[in-house]
Design a protein around this ligand. Structure first.
Ligand code: ADP
Ligand code: GLC
Length: 467
């Protein structure tokens, strides 16, 4: 219904598989305009009188095979623009209140306001929900257990301390072991400090965030709470990302028929105005265009990629200067480099199903989902060795190949020079068609679904409730 990146994918794909593990889930989301417009039937379950300026309703909704709670508070969420910013791209000035309200609502559900649903666990994702464990903590026992999942420490949700009273937290909460964070209220920090358990989305990121380089100021707290921290890798929704039945592909395919990818490559080259050359290695990129994603390094590496005889297509949006940079680069190299600025899910599928390799040169990457899609679609991932990229792509070293493994190329450190070398390595392997087929077969055999991660979440919830 609404997403700006991987967080939306995870929150949309994990809940539907948890029931198979015996866990009943309801997912609370804000009543954004697009959400409210998509509701057909909704059951009011609670009314919050005077909820930050007006009354609000909690609705129970079933959609896409999931059970939702929607917080219908038009004065907070029914606005033009995105979830966090207006049409002018500027953050809403009351985001502190908007997401405190969401967390307050989650805490209220945790304490039983939806009479037919008393959760044993309240699971908060990212700073937007970070205060939910705090509200429950300060309300005292009995309360459900709480889990805080950190999808990206670069987004922490920091708001002025003056908000404390307005968002209904006690003065005592403003302390180092509470919600206080460098003189402000830290929403993510609050969740990390006060939740019963913390999870993050890959083992390597779980280790990295305990260091100053990647901890973004939270490393001390995370080291202190290391005993409560678990890493559970993300999966992807393998019904949405299924090359054998993908409506957005020119030609569906599976691991047994990789040759059926050929029409997709052709369609992709056509779509981006590239020379339609089946024998040229085509790199794809589907990404937010940001510093995190190493997109500035990629922009600098484009001449080398083109010089090596490869083609590249990029789909993304983000920093204005990067958007302009890629558009200009495509204009300078017609037929060889293509760039489309925007958010386009069907096209993202065609890139995964048509590109020979997918580039992900992130400086840090909590998990990353595009490399998982790439594995499933046989687009060989070329990735930096950080976070979840390190954990999900097996570098095709001689040793790995000898033991029948190897699904992609990893490089480190994350520099333009190493990215260029990695592209060169991928190209050398591409020329050995038999080797490339093996890589594709390994990649497509990788288990990237949610079943395994869902079992781990379910086990953690059970353990927590049993304690
Ligand atoms: P992040 O959440 O940090 O942006 P992830 O790799 O976890 O990175 O998730 C990104 C998700 O958003 C993937 O599902 C990817 O396909 C999708 N995506 C990113 N950019 C675009 C785009 N421009 N058009 C379509 N889908 C995109
Ligand atoms: C964040 C991270 C990304 C991760 C996603 C889902 O957006 O940047 O690495 O895959 O959350 O957990």
């Amino acid at each position: 219904m609404i997403k700006t990146g991987g967080l939306g994918d995870v929150v949309g794909a994990l809940p539907p598989v948890l029931p198979q593990e015996g866990i009943t889930v309801r997912t609370l989301i804000p009543g954004y305009t697009s959400v409210m417009n998509a509701l057909s039937t909704a059951q009011p379950v609670h009314e919050f009188a005077n909820f930050h300026g007006a009354s609000a309703r909690l609705l129970a909704v079933q959609a896409s095979g999931m059970d939702f709670f929607v917080l219908d508070a038009p004065h907070l969420y029914a606005r033009p623009g995105g979830p966090y910013a207006g049409p002018d791209g500027k953050d809403w000035p009351d985001n502190g209140v908007r997401f405190a309200a969401l967390s307050q609502c989650a805490a209220a559900i945790g304490r039983g306001v939806a009479s037919d649903f008393q959760p044993h666990v309240v699971h908060a994702h990212d700073w937007q929900a970070g205060l939910a464990p705090a509200y429950l903590h300060y309300a005292g026992e009995p309360r459900p257990r709480t889990v805080m999942t950190a999808h990206n420490l670069a987004f922490q949700g920091q708001f002025p301390r003056e908000l404390l009273d307005r968002i209904g937290l006690p003065p005592s909460a403003f302390s180092v072991d509470g919600v206080e964070y460098y003189g402000s209220i830290g929403y993510l920090k609050a969740g990390l400090a006060l939740a019963d358990r913390i999870t993050t989305v890959s083992p390597t990121y779980a280790a990295e965030i305990q260091t100053p380089e990647t901890g973004m100021g939270l490393e001390g707290l995370l080291r202190h709470r290391a005993g409560a921290l678990t890493a559970i890798l993300n999966g992807i929704d393998d019904t949405v990302w299924n090359p054998a039945a993908d409506p957005w592909l020119a030609s569906t395919f599976d691991a047994k028929h990789p040759a059926n990818r050929v029409p997709n490559k052709q369609a992709l080259q056509g779509r981006f105005g590239l020379d339609v050359e089946p024998q040229t290695c085509l790199f794809g990129v589907v990404s937010r265009l940001t510093h995190q994603k190493g997109m500035d390094l990629l922009l600098d590496a484009l001449p080398a990629i083109e010089g090596a005889g490869a083609q590249l297509v990029l789909l993304g949006s983000g920093d204005r200067s990067l958007e302009n940079g890629f558009v200009a680069a495509a204009r300078r190299a017609p037929g060889r480099i293509g760039a489309l600025i925007g958010y386009d899910e069907p096209l993202a599928h065609l890139i995964q199903g048509g590109a020979d390799a997918l580039l992900v040169p992130s400086r840090f990457e909590p998990c990353g989902l595009t490399q998982l899609c790439a594995l499933r679609y046989g687009a060989i991932p070329v990735v930096s060795r950080v976070g979840g990229l390190a954990d999900t792509v097996v570098d095709a070293s001689d040793a790995a190949l000898a033991r029948g493994a190897g699904t992609g190329v990893q490089f480190t450190p994350v520099t333009r020079a190493m990215l260029e070398l990695a592209v060169g390595r991928a190209l050398a392997m591409w020329r050995d068609r038999a080797l490339w087929r093996r890589l594709q077969a390994h990649a497509m055999a990788t288990d990237v679904g949610w079943r395994r991660p869902a079992k781990r979440y379910a086990a953690m919830f059970r353990e927590l409730v049993a304690q």
